[in-house]
Design a protein around this ligand. Structure first.
Ligand code: OFO
Length: 168
């Protein structure tokens, strides 16, 4: 059974995951308009993954005696300076989400809610992977530079860094 405090904190996390999903969808749309096909595929997939993270929370809250709420979302940015800018914003977003997950883990531990503590371990591992993934992509983009053939080759590699083949 969830305490009110943990239920509210989990509901707040739903908003983070929902915003991440909509933000990545906006990034996919910008990349598609700019012709970055690899990153377009990457962000459409990333947006779907974040929606799954949100749904996992919804199901957990409801299964544990709480009531999951669907949040109103602020509009994400829809214009970016460059592909590197997109991934820098994405990495910062992941760092912020990790901080929020860490606070939730702390709260669940302090309140001896070990079921929630256990449930959250999946998110801890996922955030670690995502921060690593976005950092690797930024390293690749730094090597490629800001324009030309190298940038297009790097864009093509981006979905593969997640083990996903670029969809043509
Ligand atoms: Fe939800 O995985 Fe990152 O944000």
């Amino acid at each position: 059974m969830l305490s009110k405090k943990v239920e509210d904190a989990l509901n707040a996390q739903i908003a983070y995951e929902a915003y991440a999903s909509s933000s990545y969808l906006s990034m996919a749309s910008w990349c598609e308009k700019e012709g970055y096909r690899g990153s377009t595929s990457f962000f459409y997939t990333q947006s779907e993954e974040e929606r799954e993270h949100m749904l996992k929370l919804v199901r957990y809250i409801n299964e544990t005696g709480g009531h999951a709420r669907v949040p109103a979302l602020k509009e994400p940015p829809h214009v970016y300076k460059s592909l590197k800018d997109v991934f820098e914003i994405a990495l910062q977003q992941e760092v912020d989400v990790s901080k929020s997950i860490n606070k939730l883990v702390e709260l669940s531990f302090d309140t001896k809610d070990f079921a929630t503590f256990n449930f959250l371990q999946w998110y801890v591992a996922e955030q670690h992977e995502e921060e690593h993934l976005f950092t690797s992509i930024l390293d690749l983009l730094k090597l490629a530079g800001s324009e030309g053939k190298n940038l297009l080759m790097a864009d093509n590699e981006i979905p593969k860094l997640r083990g996903e083949e670029a969809k043509s």
